[in-house]
Design a protein around this ligand. Sequence first.
Ligand code: NAP
Length: 511
Amino acid sequence: MNAETRITGTWAQTGTQPRIAIIGAGMSGIAAVVKLRKAGYTDLTVYEKTDRVGGTWRENTYPGLSCDVASPWYSFSFALNPNWTHRYSYGPEIQAYMEEVARDFGVTDIVRFNTGITDAVYEGPQWRLTTSRGQQEVFDIVLTATGILHQPMYPDIEGLDSFAGNCFHTARWDHSVTLEGKRVGVIGTGSTAAQIVGAITDKAGEMYVFQRTPQWMAPLPQKRYSWAWRAALRLLPFLRKKAYDFHMRLMVDNFAAATVGDKAKQAGIQKACLQNIEDNVPDPELRRKLTPDYQAACKRLIFCSDFYPAISRPNAHLITEHIERVTPEGVQTSDGEIHKLDVLVLATGFDPGAFVLPTRVSGENGVDLQTCWDGAPRAHRAVSVPGFPNFWMLEGPTGPVGNLSLITVTENQLDYVISMLDRMRQDGLAAIAPKAEAFQAYNQAMGEAIQGTIWVTGGCNSWYIDKTGTPNLYPWMPTQYLEEMQNPDFSEFRLMRDIEVRPELADASAG
Ligand code: NAP
């Protein structure tokens, strides 16, 4: 046998449907099924590691959970919802919406629940997936829809396991634990902690918030929608679209612009945040402790109106001393004090580099994706990686996270992937993957542009920053990213008509 074997007669060459695997039935997985079907791709299989759709909205159930992207925009463009009760929806309402859309669009029917993907191995030009149940199946195309922040980050604090009370991460909320009258500790002051502290401080006996770094916080202009407004939205679909566009423009023109170099907008945000502290924190010492020494929007800006009133309550204590250790009784800080607790909540965020994990992904020549990333995930236009043909990531590394509704990002990424599939079908291609040179040029340009963003110039540390010390984010206006997704440049890709593969893989694929 020759050292290499050619494979032809793939789906695009024979005019059959590609077999497409979608990993994850959260927001991106749901959008993938709807949009792929609409584009004429119907042989779809969705793998979901749990027993329900919804992703982050299924997983996070903590008190106060809400979305700081306005509901009219945090919606699928193909299922704009006239029934949102609030401008910023609460978690259960978003989860119900995800389930409703999945049901109405026939997504739920094709999800294999309680079935994770442990391994994805490229056997050019197809992918062999192994499920958590030990089954194997071969697909032409793989789409990961596994989300961004999904692996809880547990803090490395001495004695954490010794705590005698109830201790859990925010994404693993233990609803069997009552908080009424209890001494509750929250480690962390990010978006999640702010929502929780805002929601539970009036119920807790004593609330202890352990702050390592102060955060900038803007008020959240929450509003309950009137019956009349919702009736108008139901009657007039164009109003839903208007509201979608309005909220997108508002965030892009103000918040997003401030992050990628508009200094006047950034200064405006910082001023509004300072005013927010001034207006809502009466105690000057508490104000001092809560005021950051870096620039606003360097870490993801928190939008929350409940935290400052809550932390100003008589039963709330903001602890800024360094945490030394956790003891069976509570949390001991560097001043020697032990803060006695009944419940300890870890609002310590997520592993931001866990894209696609825990699936092991092995590309051309057996290259492992995590090894290739080496702790600093990168992608070509946030969706693909050289050496991993016919493999597409929704919400992959270096996307415009935090600056857009992630639903808008996913939908535009799907349009891009569909353009690739259409091109494969049109040209009878066996595989498609970004060229290494295109990937390098794109990432180099991003690496230079990111230096001018607030995430670098703002003087803070954040979960955006990876092992290389660089924020894992899109450094230009996010609308430019959407344009890139709508206008794919095929010269950046290896368009492979037939594939040369190692004989053992060709045999395996044929078998
Ligand atoms: P996060 O922003 O990463 O915040 C983690 C917090 O834990 C920080 O205050 C961090 O302090 C602290 N921390 C971590 N390890 C610690 C340790 N060993 N000792 C003491 N403190 C420690 O996580 P998050 O609040 O879960 O939010 C993550 C992201 O999720 C947000 O940025 C946002 O994008 C998204 N989110 C969005 C919404 C929404 O409404 N759309 C709601 C919640 C979350 P340092 O600051 O010092 O690192």
